[in-house]
Design a protein around this ligand. Structure first.
Ligand code: CTP
Ligand code: MG
Length: 335
């Protein structure tokens, strides 16, 4: 079911950019928030190292990939080299240490898909989740951050798309819609495929960064300061990109056959990945390949009901970008 529509663009599309840019600016966290995050991170590092001197903490997710909104919580990964570590016991011990360090609302969620300890810091007011040895997330956070350095339009597009997804309640994996991480991959892929391209495919370039974590090799070109001019031949405005992004997911994406892949900067067929059938709970109704863990489809949480919701939201957004007199308010109307 691919509905092709005539590709038309509203005449005043570029004139809508300033209104979207001011929304972007309003969502960017202030410097003092970043400072608070650092302060909490340092406190945690000290507490953890007192007990486990060889443990190292990393920030990951939106507090570290430059796609975080203001007032967002922080995600921390604790890396510890211990062959016979029992994660549940470890998280419980960690929780004790955090409680003795005066952190509040400390909770060990040992049975979650990604087991974590949650906490709230009364000094900064920030909440935090700590996971253990989830280093692929640390590395994919760096990849996202590196892409964001290449062209400012990625960060702008992601902020607006995330804001839309949160307002419309299609950013809730436990409800069968997509994670923020999935939306960032969709935005990167979209910008890789513009002509002229706005983003390169860093994993297809010569390797300047190479690590192996969790038995997965992660290698790509990370000297992104040398790519600052990469997208300049493409002059598309943020409003035009947003409009095309929603058009693409509303009317042009081939949901039946295609997998989007930022690793290759192109499409892969579902056939080639063997993602054509439902296996267990993985349904592959919208396919987004993880850049490193390539057997992982970020769309696997989407089911036959939520795919409809998602596609209707993409269509609603595309229509608003096409016809609405004030898209920068209508787009984000709460669901
Ligand atoms: N992650 C992952 N695999 C997933 C989901 C998430 O590896 N299936 C990792 C990624 O490193 C991602 C981080 O977990 O950056 C946090 O994911 P998510 O909460 O979706 O993204 P955030 O950027 O933190 O967005 P938000 O601001 O909505 O919290
Ligand atoms: Mg997050």
């Amino acid at each position: 079911r691919i509905r092709k529509r005539a590709v038309l663009c509203r005449r005043d599309i570029d004139a809508l950019s300033p209104s979207f840019l001011s929304i972007f600016e309003s969502l960017v966290p202030a410097e003092e928030e970043k400072a608070k995050q650092k302060q909490l991170f340092q406190l945690l590092q000290n507490l953890v190292n007192r007990k486990w001197p060889n443990a190292k903490l990393y920030l990951y997710g939106s507090c570290a990939n430059t796609f975080g909104f203001s007032k967002s919580d922080i995600d921390v990964c604790l890396a510890i080299d211990d062959q016979d570590l029992n994660k549940s016991d470890f998280l419980l011990e960690l929780a004790d240490i955090l409680v003795s360090g005066n952190l509040q609302n400390v909770q060990a969620l040992t049975h979650a898909r990604v087991p974590i300890v949650k906490l709230m810091d009364p000094i900064t007011g920030l909440s935090c989740d700590i996971c253990v040895n989830n280093l692929l997330a640390v590395v994919n956070t760096k990849l996202l951050k590196d892409y964001a350095q290449v062209d400012i339009r990625l960060r702008q597009l992601v902020f607006i798309v995330k804001h839309w997804a949160k307002s419309r309640r299609v950013n809730e994996t436990y409800q069968g819609t997509l994670s923020s991480y999935a939306y960032v991959l969709m935005c990167i892929h979209f910008l890789q495929l513009r002509r002229p391209a706005i983003l390169p495919c860093l994993q297809a370039m010569n390797v300047t960064y190479n690590v192996t974590v969790e038995n997965t090799n992660c290698a790509y070109f990370d000297q992104v300061e040398r790519l600052r001019e990469f997208g300049v031949r493409n002059k598309e405005s943020i409003a035009r990109l947003l409009w095309s992004f929603f058009q693409y997911w509303a009317y042009h994406h081939d949901y039946t056959n295609d997998v989007i892949s930022i690793r290759t900067g192109s499409f892969i067929s579902k056939e080639a990945k063997d993602w054509t059938r439902r296996i267990g709970n993985d349904r592959h109704l919208i396919c987004i390949e993880d850049p490193f863990n390539i057997s992982h489809d970020l769309g696997r949480v989407v089911d036959k009901y939520t795919i409809k919701i998602l596609r209707e939201e993409f269509e609603r957004a595309a229509e608003i970008m096409q016809y609405d007199p004030t898209p920068s308010t209508t787009l984000f109307q709460l669901y």
